[in-house]
Design a protein around this ligand. Structure first.
Ligand code: NAD
Length: 335
């Protein structure tokens, strides 16, 4: 392949909802080495306006999109129930696939997708964007350089406002179809942290046990606000807990990672913009890791990395096998 300036990956974003429309579409418009050539959705509702905004064509028929010779790669940001079918169709056409998570509702289908991509010689990359989130990248670097000695315990909590969940995935939408989506939103949303934690700690999840309490919120269309808690054991002995919640007000919404070290130091990642190191001194040290736009949660960075991998300039840092491990651990939530 030639250099970035002459060789471009033609990308189509399929599904322009929450993540496709707001994260991947603006990202791919700016990535060197790629050209956003098309968008695709089922109805004109959002895609028409986005295609005008970004100056690209749009398709309402995915099969037609796959016939477009300008499309080298698809970004599958459609609801999870369509991932398997859409990915397999793209792979059969020799297109590279950046697929939203969970890759598929089951471990078996995810493995089949991985095998098909391997045989076809195309890149199948899961959007495990937490590995590219600046706050987590910095925390991993600090842990790697000995800031807390060796990690011995971890807490992770992710509190999503119940009203925001109801807005994004209203009752009756695909995200609540356990059969087709693999589980409730607690399953869907667990996969990013269940991939991030082993990556952060350099150790695999050996054991995961979960308990959930679902509360029906009639005032938000009857969605099930969840409190799902997991206890984890990692292969190197680290113990951990995960609390996934979607039953709180916006004022209580947060994400927090706490890692405890064997030198008594503790590192917190607060939301996506602050790291606090609790060392031996009187006051903790704070680090500002604020970035802006679609880089905040790592979408732009993983999109860039995908392009680098398709161009053969980079080795995948995140693979379908990583996705499968996270899905396997999250599946235990689903009773
Ligand atoms: N990486 C992340 O940060 C992140 C965040 C949220 C969701 N997700 C994942 O992204 C995927 C999509 O979630 P979302 O919340 O953006 O969904 P959404 O419901 O907001 O949007 C889905 C989009 O896909 C389109 N669509 C639906 N069915 C289609 C079909 N058969 N063909 C073509 N287009 C179709 C819809 O028109 C819409 O544009 C899910 O797998 C979800 O788990 C990832």
């Amino acid at each position: 392949m030639e250099g970035w300036a002459t060789e471009k990956v033609g990308v189509a974003v399929v599904g322009v909802g929450f993540v496709g429309g707001s994260a991947h579409t603006p990202s791919f418009k700016k990535i060197p080495g790629s050209e956003l050539v098309a968008l695709c959705a089922r109805t004109e509702r959002r895609v028409k306006q986005l295609s005008e905004k970004y100056g690209v064509k749009y398709y309402l028929d995915y099969e037609e999109l796959l016939e477009d010779p300008g499309v080298d790669a698809v970004v599958l940001a459609v609801p999870t129930p369509s991932h398997f079918d859409y990915a397999m169709k793209a792979i059969r056409k020799g297109k590279h696939v950046l697929c939203e998570m969970p890759l598929a509702p089951t471990v078996e289908e995810s493995a089949e997708m991985a095998e098909a991509a391997r045989k076809a010689g195309v890149v199948l990359m899961p959007v495990l964007n937490f590995r590219f989130t600046p706050a987590y990248v910095k925390a991993k670097e600090m842990i790697g350089s000995g800031a807390i000695g060796a990690p011995i315990a971890v807490h992770y909590r992710e509190f999503i406002p119940v009203m925001s969940l109801a807005e994004q995935w209203p009752a009756g939408s695909w995200a609540w179809d356990v059969e087709k989506s693999g589980g409730y939103p607690d399953f869907t949303l667990a996969v990013w942290s269940l991939d991030m934690l082993p990556w952060m700690l350099g150790s695999e999840i050996e054991k995961a046990e979960w308990m959930s309490n679902y509360r029906k919120f009639e005032e938000y269309g009857g969605i099930l606000g969840y409190n799902t808690m997991g206890v984890l054991k990692f292969s190197n002995g680290i113990v951990g807990s995960v609390h996934l919640s979607a039953s709180v007000n916006k004022s209580a919404s947060t994400t927090r990672l706490e890692v405890y070290g064997d030198n008594a130091n503790v590192l917190h990642v607060v939301w996506n913009n602050k790291i606090v190191l609790y060392g031996p001194g009187e006051s903790p040290q704070e680090f500002d890791v604020q970035v802006s736009g679609t880089r905040v949660w790592g979408h732009r960075q993983i999109d860039e990395h995908f392009v680098g991998c398709v161009l053969g300039k980079e080795e995948p840092q995140v693979t379908a096998e990583d996705a499968i491990k996270a899905i396997r651990a999250a599946k235990k939530i689903v009773k």
